[in-house]
Ligand binder design. Structure first.
Ligand SMILES: Cc1ncc(COP(=O)(O)O)c(C=O)c1O
Length: 371
């Protein structure tokens, strides 16, 4: 029998419980910000940068306006631009490749591993040439990429390593937290992320002082001093209202990730014996479970069934970025990256959020089992 609480369906994501728990403290901070009069790059941003750097285990953190800017500014800070190639995953949100194109460089797409959904280091190795300047792995869905192999490839070939950790705040590869292993780690605080704010926000972590200094300049119109500019930069600054919220959320992040992992455990137990593939986790380390993405041989039928029962879901990702029309000039054809092409027809992300209840997971799994 269907429980009354799930008879209306299950949302893909609900932030309401979290907002209600945080609102009083956040509103107090907003009042103090209003009274203090510092609204952008003020004391909350500075404190959050230090707290986030300490959490990630990098020396510095630079807050920016969103995760896309975190990637763009990282590339610019390392002088990657026209004529350069950056190897990345096509199985990600468009912003990853978009950032490479925005700085004038060329994205070169590697194939992915069929169970981790992350970039395949063997495919990456085969793409390195004289024009390659960086490898840009994405810790997709919160699952860390194979940083041991990627780091050694980057070191061997003298390449920069830029982590797209937009979906993976708090994920770990061994004992190391994502964002601390590359030249930079790029985070998004879009509301749906593991660490999300109630607006847009982003962050770059780095332990390279020169990169940090360049990022400070780039996020503020390329200014070296007030009204003094020696290059084109961006208006990419985090505001105090979001920074105050992010500080409150960072304190309870371990709790939130533990809650996400608990939901993933419930799913794993219920889905383990069905004809589908459940997410793999790193042998050592931690999947942050921003998304819980399965592979299903009849994905479209499953999707229709979940939609019919008002269960939120998302097709992450329906088309590899190498086949997007904007990249037609790069000349990729279906079949060039066979694993990506196949997975785009099989993957489906199910509801997951820290406040999700066990009976909601039961309900989703009963519907999955019916297909
Ligand atoms: C993997 C990945 N990279 C980059 C971004 C861009 O972040 P933002 O939306 O904050 O610009 C996102 C999310 O939106 C993402 O999922």
């Amino acid at each position: 029998m269907t429980d009354k609480s799930v008879s209306q369906g299950v949302p893909y994501l609900s932030l309401l419980e979290e907002f209600q728990a945080l609102q009083q403290k956040w509103f107090e901070h907003i009042e103090a910000i209003g009274a203090g009069g510092a609204f952008i790059l003020g004391p909350n941003v500075r404190a959050f940068e230090q707290e986030a750097a300490d959490y990630v285990g990098s020396k510095y953190a630079v807050a920016v306006a969103n995760g896309t800017d975190a990637l763009v500014l990282s590339l610019r800070a390392m002088d990657i631009g026209p004529g350069d190639e950056v190897i990345t995953s096509p199985f990600t949100f468009f912003a990853t490749a978009e950032a490479i194109s925005i700085v004038g460089a060329t994205p070169v797409f590697a194939d992915i591993n069929e169970v981790s959904f992350n970039i395949d280091p063997v495919s990456v190795a085969g793409l390195i040439n004289d024009k390659t300047k960086a490898i840009l792995p994405v810790h997709i869905f919160g699952n860390p990429a194979d940083m041991t192999t990627l780091r050694s490839l980057a070191e061997t070939h003298g390449l920069r390593l830029i982590e797209d950790a937009a979906q993976a705040f708090g994920a770990k590869w061994g004992d190391e937290t994502v964002g601390s292993m590359g030249d930079t780690g790029c985070f998004s605080f879009y509301p749906t992320k593991v660490l999300g704010c109630y607006g847009d926000g982003g962050l770059i972590t780095t332990s390279d002082e020169a990169v940090r200094d360049r990022l400070h300049k780039l996020r503020n119109h390329g200014a070296t001093a007030p009204f003094t500019h020696d290059e084109l930069g961006y208006n990419s600054r985090l505001d105090e209202v979001q920074a105050a919220l992010l500080r409150l959320k960072l304190v309870k992040l371990e709790q939130d990730i533990a809650a996400r992992v608990r939901v993933a455990d419930w799913y794993d137990q219920r889905l383990a014996n069905l004809d589908l593939v459940i997410p793999v986790r790193p042998q050592n380390g931690r999947h942050a479970f921003n998304l819980y993405t399965i592979r299903h041989p009849r994905r479209d039928a499953l999707r229709a069934h979940l939609n019919e029962h008002k269960v939120g879901n998302s097709q992450c990702y329906p088309l590899g970025l190498h086949l997007q029309s904007i990249y037609a000039e790069l000349g990729y054809k279906p079949g060039d990256l066979p694993v990506v092409d196949r997975l785009c027809g099989e993957t489906l992300s199910l509801p997951i959020f820290p406040a999700m209840k066990e009976d909601q997971v039961d309900h989703v799994c009963e519907l999955v089992a019916a297909i």
